[in-house]
Design a protein around this ligand. Sequence first.
Ligand code: PLP
Length: 234
Amino acid sequence: MTEPAAVALFRERREQVLGRIAVAAARAGRDAESVTLVAVSKTVDAGRVQSAVDAGFTLLGENRVQEGVAKAPLVAGARWHLIGPLQSNKARRAIEVFETIETVDSVDLAARLDRLAGEIGRQLGVFLQVNVDRDPKKAGFAPEEIVPAVPGILGLPNLRVLGLMTVGRLVSDPEQARPTFRALRALSERLRASEPGLGAGLSMGMTEDFEVAIEEGATLVRIGRAIFGERPTA
Ligand SMILES: *Cc1c(COP(=O)(O)O)cnc(C)c1O
């Protein structure tokens, strides 16, 4: 596909996805502006990602540090979120590229990111990942672990704790994801009642279930396949 054709296709996809976001927000009595779209570009090569950025998808998400670090210098005009696991030995490289780390899942990782952000003199946005469904295959704080962890993390001077993030279960019907999203929102409200420094952001919802997530209060949706198409199966 020529580049102009690719950009035109991504413009069309963007209209579609933003339209679906607006409809879901309206159903929930919310302003569509309160939902931020992260275009998940994992496995997509830098050339196509550039076309997507040129079409207006300027906030991108990657789930692997190495892939993001390799791709980011090849793409102009984008900001990047890390949406996959971060090992502590990759934290330094990660914060050089990613504006926001959505997957902070331990106090140790938060402390390390705070220290590294301080060293390069910047504020780092983070979300705390919660394993709402207690899925042994998923990362994140267990709901009862996050309660005692939050005060210490909020005390770290170089982190801005923007909110909570979760990865829903794979479901065949988006309705099945609703309890997970509802639980994350309830947890956020409960935590913020005693910890007002915790941001109200809720990163939840992907291609299959983002509309339900928006109905349940998502402020950030992470959408890959509805924008870039199906990924090659690994
Ligand atoms: C891949 C991924 C997404 C996007 O999934 P799609 O089904 O392609 O929309 C969202 N969040 C995380 C954490 C991911 O790894």
